[in-house]
Design a protein around this ligand. Structure first.
Ligand SMILES: N[C@@H](CCC(=O)N[C@@H](CS)C(=O)NCC(=O)O)C(=O)O
Length: 263
């Protein structure tokens, strides 16, 4: 009997959505453990026993605990049967990893800073200030403590937000240029590169309407809509519990545009 898979995740979005969508594409059943990031479930002792860093996602497969969403997706593709999500050609696989590195190291942190300042901070700020201070003190990773402080107390500087906006604009341009020549991140084949980038960018048309739209980035829009139409994407986003995941429906062909926060 194959080992059980348990995935600890938040919304289908950013890092949590990457293994959720990869597992769905492979047709792997898993036990879903939803952690509410805004309620700091990821810093509770029961979860820290799984991932002492207190970040999500984490996946348990038999007696193995896997963290870091991008290598976790590669593990999923390698360890389970189902359609391959990585090209077998060495150059194409290099290309997939090149893009995933660009997404993880450059595009995602810039979008994340904007999302944390516009959405996460204001959403979590509704709680009792003393409770929030105690919650921040319990965060194991220094880098996450800093991110939470900045988000909760509105401490992202104008300079760093401006730089993040510039990076988002640059990365959106690079992606549009690539997709004007290629159907997917790796040429004609859907891969983990697309899984990664969809989680990062599915809400771009709402969060960055002036940069990502049918006029300026028609190839990104078409690629997002194509991925949204995949059964695995539909099934994964149906697991969302909040308005954040519900934003994906704006990729419905012919959907009316409306305003929404970044995240
Ligand atoms: N590099 C890690 C990052 C994990 C990470 O920071 N996840 C965020 C959610 S997208 C998180 O757990 N934040 C919780 C916190 O900061 O308290 C990965 O790709 O899995």
């Amino acid at each position: 009997m194959p080992a059980m898979v348990t995935l600890y995740h938040w919304e289908p979005n950013a890092n949590s959505g990457k293994p959720m969508l990869a597992l769905a594409e492979k047709g792997v059943e898993y036990e879903s453990c939803y952690l509410d990031l805004l309620k700091f479930d990821q810093h509770q002792p029961e979860y820290l026993r799984i991932n002492p860093d207190g970040t999500i996602p984490a996946m348990v497969h038999g007696d193995r605990v896997l963290t870091e969403s991008t290598p976790m997706m590669e593990y999923i593709d390698e360890a389970f049967p189902g359609p391959p999500l990585r090209p077998s050609d060495p150059r194409e696989r290099w290309r997939m990893r090149w893009w995933m590195r660009f997404f993880d190291a450059y595009f995602a942190p810039a979008l994340s800073m904007i999302g944390w300042s516009v959405f996460i901070g204001p959403a979590a700020r509704q709680r009792d200030p003393a409770e929030l201070r105690a919650a921040i003190e319990r965060i194991p990773l220094e880098s996450r403590r800093i991110a939470w402080r900045k988000a909760l107390y509105n401490e992202f500087s104008e300079q760093e937000l401006t730089e993040s906006r510039r990076r988002v604009q640059f990365a959106t341009g690079v992606l549009e240029a690539h997709l004007s020549q290629n159907s997917y991140i790796c040429g004609e084949h859907y891969s983990l590169g697309d899984v990664n980038a969809f989680n990062l960018g599915y809400a771009l048309p709402l969060s960055q309407p002036e940069r990502c739209n049918d006029q300026q980035t028609p190839h990104i829009m078409e690629w997002l809509r194509k991925i949204y139409e995949r059964p695995a994407t539909r099934a994964t986003w149906a697991k969302g519990r909040t308005q954040m995941a519900a934003r994906v429906t704006m990729l419905e062909r012919g959907a009316v545009k409306r305003d929404s926060g970044n995240a």
